[in-house]
Write a protein that binds this ligand. Structure first.
Ligand code: ADP
Length: 425
């Protein structure tokens, strides 16, 4: 293992893992810090997916240090702490407290903090984070229910969270090149700073900053900061030539489970149905009545899949229009409706897995979490990209491997389900 990454949420972990896989590193994503030991020895980059963004700071620190210990035991020579490109956090943390704890544990003199992701419109200039052409504090992030971002000055934001002083590597320094960035980081460390926001407005900036971090024990940032890291390992002679991520080689029946009600998913479900592919509408209100609806659904999937083996897979979707979701939520309660659907999807996945289904496409972040947990998945080898941010993956820890495509709600084009299946061949 060369790079060990600690990601503060599941879809962010996948985003980073895909970035590393595309840069030619054999990458595995593990679910939770206790799963690091499920990694095969040939993995070059390991991303630990956690759910630590909004938990209590002490818990986030403990979980991150557990992940660090596992990654170090696996031989990681560089640690990356990955958080959201909009720096999602509160004044209590968890970016600052986790970064502090990792700095201490690694005895690192200083670490960069660079959430920039220019491809998605997240840029940093003079330490200020922009979302498109707006300051972070004027973007939709100011109204986020859990982590409202009302200050765009990241030096100030991180300073409030960290026990240590925070400096800035400004864009003029980045523009002056790799050596200038290294010199500035050394200067900041000598002046007592232990964290440094780094300006970046383009992928070229991120590549260059990455190039200056070959010797850094700890790096923190969004997935963009990982862009230049594989090249460092290659230049150091530690990593061979880039190998393209391999497709999962998993024969067997497939199922598509959609518990996302986002706009993109609604369109994808609509297209799949309109093309005449088999689809079952899972209704939370019927689920709440008794177990009949769920067993009808499973019987329907088994019957259709047996009748047309080799055809397009069945789609089971709770995906519905905002009006219908609203109606279910008013009747059942928001959390209860969500929980019913997630539990049903988890139950369908385990029943079908026991019946020999090996390929799973899942739409929805929370829904994916429920299915991954139900299938007891601990480690995923990252395969090729289906759509930006969504790879095919293969379980890396199970006797019988399974292929999984986990899509967060708004990802993927209108034909995502057919695109994913076409890649499997
Ligand atoms: P996304 O990635 O689009 O946010 P998630 O799976 O994370 O998707 O979240 C969607 C939530 O909505 C889940 O908790 C799911 O169980 C719930 N849900 C799905 N369908 C319905 C529905 N018809 N009515 C109410 N809640 C639903």
């Amino acid at each position: 293992m060369l790079l060990g990454a600690i990601a503060d949420d599941m879809t962010g972990a996948t985003d980073l893992a895909l970035m590393l896989a595309k840069s030619g590193m054999k990458t595995v994503q593990v679910i939770g810090p206790e799963a690091v030991d499920a990694v095969q020895p040939d993995a070059e980059a390991v991303v630990v997916a956690m759910k630590s963004r909004t938990i209590a700071p002490d818990d986030a620190v403990a979980m991150s240090l557990q992940a660090l210990a596992g990654l170090q035991a696996g031989g990681a020579v560089q640690i990356l702490f990955k958080y959201c490109s909009t720096f999602d956090s509160t004044d209590r943390g968890n970016i600052g407290p986790v970064a502090d704890a990792l700095l201490d544990a690694l005895a690192a003199p200083i670490a960069v903090a660079c959430p920039a992701f220019p491809a998605a419109g997240r840029t940093i200039y003079q330490g200020h984070l922009f979302v498109g052409d707006r300051l972070l504090s004027e973007s939709g992030m100011r109204n986020h229910p859990l982590t409202p971002m009302t200050d765009a000055d990241l030096v100030r934001v991180l300073d409030r969270q960290s026990r240590y002083e925070v400096g800035l590597v400004d864009h003029a320094t980045v523009a002056a090149g790799v050596q200038a960035v290294r010199d500035r980081l050394r200067g900041l460390a000598e002046a007592g700073k232990r964290l440094a926001i780094v300006d970046a407005v383009s992928n070229d900036d991120l590549e260059l900053i990455g190039g200056a971090l070959g010797d850094a024990a700890l790096i923190t940032g969004g997935s963009g900061i990982a862009m230049g890291l594989a090249r460092n390992f290659r230049e150091q002679g530690r990593l061979g030539p880039a190998t393209p991520p391999a497709m999962p080689d998993v024969p067997g029946p497939a199922i598509i489970l959609s518990g996302s009600c986002s706009e993109a998913t609604n369109q994808q479900v609509g297209r799949y149905r309109a093309a005449g592919h088999p689809a079952f509408h899972l209704d939370p209100i019927a689920l709440a009545r008794d177990g009949q609806h769920l067993s009808d659904c499973i019987d329907w999937v088994l019957e259709h899949s047996a009748r047309a083996p080799g055809g397009m897979p069945c789609l089971v979707h709770a995906t519905d229009s905002p009006d219908q979701v609203d109606a279910a939520q008013r009747l059942l309660g928001r959390d209860q409706a969500g929980e019913l659907v997630e539990q049903a999807m988890a139950g369908i996945a385990t029943t079908l897995a026991a019946r020999g289904f090996r390929r799973f496409v899942v739409a929805g972040g929370e829904t994916s979490g429920a299915v991954v947990q139900a299938l007891n998945v601990r480690a995923l080898r990252i395969g090729p990209e289906i759509a930006p941010g969504v790879p095919w993956t293969e379980t890396a820890d199970q006797g019988v491997p399974r292929a999984l495509a986990l899509k967060s709600g708004n990802f993927g084009g209108p034909e995502f389900f057919s695109d994913a299946m076409a890649m499997l061949g």
